[in-house]
Write a protein that binds this ligand. Structure first.
Ligand code: CO
Length: 224
């Protein structure tokens, strides 16, 4: 009967089984790393000096390390719904600030992906509850590009293009950060790149949007 302890125990055991699957795979990974790459574990214990900062979507299909065949230690990562750079997001600001100021990361990759649910939600009028308030930032990008996007008849094509334009907007948002501009002025030269991941074939594409100076921005966003 629903709600009885006897019946409730089964889903708990099933859940435990799913959790144990992950822990078992970690044991396998450790065994494999010890056998194949003992230097990797030593390097991990010694500290981190990643060369890349990755701002990606929280989508489970776009794990930065897996799709770039990178080891732990290679990429500093921040992921959120639709790979957004929101100027009041203290989680993102803290990650980016630490990456450029403390770790000296020189390459910041904003990676969007085709098939992005957050971007799709921003094209429509359906409500997702609390998430609407995050998606509103993506809708701003649609609004800024509505002349182009409204002109694309095929919904899938419009979705794909919106994904790309959102990456472009987030590359620019990254360049608008005060402390990124500080880095550029101090002679450090973090480059901000815009990429897109194709979930259909697993490929990454550079959208050719790289910014390494505030000159790329409208003057109102530049700091003296
Ligand atoms: Co997504």
């Amino acid at each position: 009967m629903k709600g009885t302890f006897k019946n409730a125990i089964f889903p708990i055991q099933a859940n435990k089984h799913k959790m144990n699957e992950l822990l078992k795979r970690n044991e396998d990974w450790v065994a494999n790393a010890k056998a194949e790459k003992p230097e990797l574990l030593k390097a991990m214990a010694a500290g981190q000096s990643p060369e890349y900062l990755w701002i990606g979507c929280a989508d489970s299909r776009v794990p930065a390390e897996v799709v770039t065949e990178s080891d732990p230690g290679a990429i500093f990562v921040q992921r959120n719904v639709a790979n957004m750079v929101v100027h009041t997001d203290y989680n993102l600001l803290s990650v980016v600030n630490y990456a450029v100021k403390a770790l000296g990361v020189k390459h910041i990759i904003i990676c969007g992906h085709y098939g992005c649910g957050g971007v799709k939600a921003a094209m429509g009028n359906g409500s997702l509850g609390l998430l609407d308030n995050w998606v509103a930032h993506i809708k701003d990008v649609y609004d800024q590009n509505s002349a182009e996007l409204d002109g694309i008849g095929d919904e899938n094509d419009r979705w794909n293009r919106f994904v790309e334009l959102n990456v472009k907007a987030q590359v620019e948002n990254m360049a608008k950060l005060s402390f990124i501009q500080e880095e550029w002025k101090s002679g450090n030269s973090p480059q901000i790149h815009g990429w897109v991941f194709d979930i259909k074939d697993g490929s990454l594409r550079d959208l050719g949007l790289t910014i390494d100076s505030a000159d790329a921005l409208s003057s109102v966003y530049r700091y003296d």
